[in-house]
Design a protein around this ligand. Sequence first.
Ligand code: FPP
Length: 245
Amino acid sequence: MSKKDQIQKNNVPVHIAIIMDGNGRWAKARGEERFVGHQEGVNSVRAVVEASAEIGVKYLTFYAFSTENWSRPKAEVDALMGLLVKTIKAEVPDLNKNNIRLLGIGNLKALPIDVQEEFEEAIQETAHNTGLTVVIALSYSSRWELKNAIHNIIKDVKQGQVKESDISDELISSYLTTKNIPDPELLIRTSGEYRISNFLLWQIAYSELFFTDKFWPEFRKEELYEAIIDYQKRERRFGKTSEQV
Ligand code: FPP
């Protein structure tokens, strides 16, 4: 039976979040520039989006650029920004053809103006789609997002729009950039690193974590199916006992 056929259709994660890692090392192992790894990484993004749409995942979040990534060499940051603009622009027709909506999370205002504009345009142009939602985390970090949320909650409490007694999990979630996006059931990280790296710290409280040694450019449809099959074998207890769930 193929890996795809082994997936139980009634237990596909609604939301999968991915920390794409290892582009640089993948390229280096081939004697190529790091950028070649990022370019090949785009093909993995495409494959994983396609596979997710086919099996009925509703939300797919990619950690494409963290707030910490701004401290990489300027040439790499510029090249990554260029690749993002080019990729997003080129993919809009296919996204529309496949009923896929694009969303962005993170400190998008920190992005170069052309990236902001292209991204905003792609978001508008796909806003009507009702199939898979692809969320790109750009200039994102969880601590930035949480600090921002705390500032805004305090401001709204001071202005009387929120009462201190209103503060709940749901209220905090509604102040995050992932507002209206369900928490991921599955978080995947590639390249043999076992870290969360400031990604969706609040949202992954109950997520299942899947780590693989494959570098991101090697992570394609079959690797996604493997991660989902592994997820489906797990018992999600949310703090309860096995007997209770
Ligand atoms: C991690 O590899 C990858 C990134 C920081 C960038 C990922 C970006 C893309 C694949 C571009 C397109 C994305 C979308 C969603 C359109 P690394 O550079 O940290 O690799 P290393 O750990 O081996 O150095």
